[in-house]
Design a protein around this ligand. Sequence first.
Ligand code: F6P
Length: 333
Amino acid sequence: MKRIAVLTSGGDAPGMNAAIRAIVLAGHYFGLEVIGYRHGFNGLLEQEYQILQTSDVNNIIQRGGTILKSARCKPFKTDQGGQQAAANLQALEIDALIIIGGDGSFHGAVHLSRFWSGAILGLPGTIDNDINGTDATIGYYTAIDTALESIDKVRDTADAFERIFLIEVMGRHAGFIGLSAAVCSGAEQVLLPELCTEQLPELTELVAHIQTAQQIRGKCSYIMVVSENIWPGGSADLAQQLAEKTGIDCRPVILGHVQRGGSPVSLDRILASKLGAYAVEAAIGGKTGIMIGEQNQQVVEVPFSQTWDKAKSLDPYLLHIQTEMFDLVKNSH
Ligand code: F6P
């Protein structure tokens, strides 16, 4: 093995740069040349790349985003796209490709393996944490902290005005950020996709919860964390309906892409460093078709198909304490 390549694909996540750095440093440690493809799979199609020296990864461990840029790339998903990418990898004599991204990127990895015989490895990089086979994904811990910082600030003004606030958080179709942010912020209510698989809660139920909370505690602030893509019409619509039914000011706050940015927290930097270095060693060891993840602080190798074959579950105990034990309304005996 002489030359490896790395790319970042899909939604960027804080810690992707730390992972790139780890791959470059580990690659050079083992005497490999490291190539960075730019703009995700687009870089493979366009042969847009740069040789990464160790000096290129100086002072990037603390930076959000990705120095290689990211993208979602439809043309790559076709057979023609796969063939083009394979031809470009062959032309550069790449032996192994490490893809940092989420579920869509890992599907891209498997697609590429139909056309290219080099080693393909994945690192879980997404704020959503919706990838099976790893306890956490790179970027997830930072996204929780970013959401939390905002919710704590909203709580101050919510308290001052005794208002209801709906905080919409990201997560695509998973409630990891939502649940963690709700627990950390002491939210009174949380709406997660995993809790709404059968049906959405009735508006009357949500209204009754707010009213009972106010009977128990007197007029006070009320924070509801709402995962994106749950409520038809979005959380702004839900906020309006709740305000009409309760007669209390109810404001929506959509946190949006702020959750994708910022300097990665220590846990994301450690995870990215560990998984990035290990991926290089795994590639040298002849491994392919796997994501490098972490379970119980141990690095694990997970075949790509197992990363998406079933939905990753939320921590049931965390869910229990947030929605049952810590819910004053349900425990108002
Ligand atoms: O997968 C990361 C993520 O930020 C999701 O949480 C969100 O649903 C989606 O990407 C947003 O995508 P885009 O940046 O294309 O709007």
